[in-house]
Design a protein around this ligand. Structure first.
Ligand SMILES: *Cc1c(COP(=O)(O)O)cnc(C)c1O
Length: 354
């Protein structure tokens, strides 16, 4: 079976060797040596001033919303994974959808201002497939209307925009280190902000509000990364160069050889991370036909991202959107490290035979 992604697993002995350090320390969570080492290494690798390792991307988003004290309406994208919308609702806020750009697939910044009301407190947008939002224009709008900006940067590990880590834009960025993501710790995630006092707040919030053993600084939750998670991250991190090179190769073959389908347009001045390879079919019928044929050949792509989040059962359905249209026609093709050449050829020949 060829699946849309395959978790990169480093040699198990290397993982065991790092994990042994947690055994020797007798310490498996509560910010042990491995979590702290992972944070240091990520700071250097990503070139960011601060990072907080967490237990997943979803709680990272919730903590970001909580720490900024957001209430009321949050402007967001309908084209993303469900967690982008569900975390807004979970935190008692109301998602207000602004449609996406038809080629970049990120929130359409030119439509944001029209959606702002007196109840708007923030913009929560996704760097979808690692493709950056128009971060400078979003920053301008946010400043003008006194809004906070959170980026769902779950797909954006290692992405740079104008030479700068994408995690350095906005008030807070939340990344996911889930096993299906580019860099992973099994389950895991991280929070990024350049603001020192905001990072302090994120830190307390992810650890029950603990400020020392007996003091508390606000209401918190438990979103700490554990040592086995950090050990996975420390084992995977040295392989990033290989992971990126392999994926770049696969994507360049897809791009050169697949005919007649729309590809994701990457924003100029982006150092992209080759995190996904979506193709957009002329119609949903074409997409469903492609899935049927691929499945017959034991190839399992994924409808990333379907459904469009402005059609979720707990959302009041809005007018037709570009996001609904794109969601119905987009498919992510298999992409992972050590993707066998004959499998790649097989996927491409099927796509060209449709
Ligand atoms: C994976 C993902 C999340 C959730 O991250 P987890 O680590 O799985 O909780 C949030 N947003 C987007 C866009 C994602 O793809």
């Amino acid at each position: 079976m060829i699946t849309v992604t395959k978790t990169f697993l480093p040699p198990q002995e290397e993982y065991n060797k790092i994990l042994k350090r947690a055994w020797d320390a007798g310490w498996v969570t509560n910010r042990g040596i491995l979590v702290q080492e992972l944070e240091q290494k990520l700071k250097t690798y990503l070139n960011v001033p601060q990072v907080l390792a967490t237990t997943n991307g979803t709680l990272s988003l919730q903590i970001a919303i909580k720490a900024l004290g957001l209430k009321g309406e949050i402007i967001t994208t309908p084209f993303s994974y469900v967690a982008t919308t569900s975390t807004i609702i979970w935190e008692g806020c109301k998602p207000v959808f602004v449609d996406i750009h038809p080629e970049y697939l990120t929130i359409d910044e030119t439509k944001i201002e029209a959606a702002i009301t007196p109840d708007t407190t923030a913009i929560l947008a996704t760097h979808i497939f690692g493709n950056p939002c128009e971060v400078e224009e979003i920053e301008r709008i946010a400043k003008k209307h006194n809004l906070k900006v959170i980026y769902d940067a779950a797909h954006a590990f290692g992405v740079k925009y104008k030479g700068e880590s994408i995690f350095n834009y906005g008030d807070i960025s939340a990344c996911s280190f889930h096993a299906t993501k580019l860099f992973h710790t099994g389950e895991g995630g991280a929070l990024f902000t350049r603001d020192k006092s905001l990072m302090e707040k994120l830190f307390y919030t992810h650890d029950f509000g603990h400020n020392g053993q007996e003091g508390f600084s606000g209401v918190g939750i438990n979103a700490k990364m554990s040592e086995p998670q950090a050990a996975m991250g420390l084992t995977v991190l040295p392989y990033m160069e290989k992971i990126l090179k392999d994926r770049e190769q696969v994507i360049s073959t897809y791009r050169n050889e697949i005919r007649n389908l729309q590809f994701l347009k990457i924003r100029p001045e982006t150092d992209w991370n080759f995190s996904y390879f979506p193709v957009i079919f002329p119609s949903e019928a074409d997409l469903l036909n492609a899935i049927k044929i691929l499945k017959k050949e034991d190839i399992v792509p994924r409808r990333y991202f379907y459904p469009s989040l402005d059609t979720l059962p707990y959302i009041k359905r809005s007018a037709d959107s570009i996001s609904m249209d794109i969601s119905s026609r987009i498919l992510c093709l298999p992409l992972f490290t050590d993707f066998p050449d004959q499998d790649l050829k097989k996927v491409i020949s099927i796509m060209n035979s449709l």
